[in-house]
Ligand binder design. Sequence first.
Ligand SMILES: [Zn+2]
Length: 54
Amino acid sequence: MIAKIVLLFLVGMGILGILGKLTVPGAKRLSDARCRSCGRFTFGKPCSCKGGRS
Ligand SMILES: [Zn+2]
């Protein structure tokens, strides 16, 4: 049982570390994927709002 808990703890720490590393570039990508006018996520597609990026 304890071994399982330790393993879960280590996995959790690993995931946290990976997330921590991915946070900065991930945030940049998210801001890039957002419409600059309305802030919705467009993921490269032109936004349907008036100010969608050309
Ligand atoms: Zn928009």
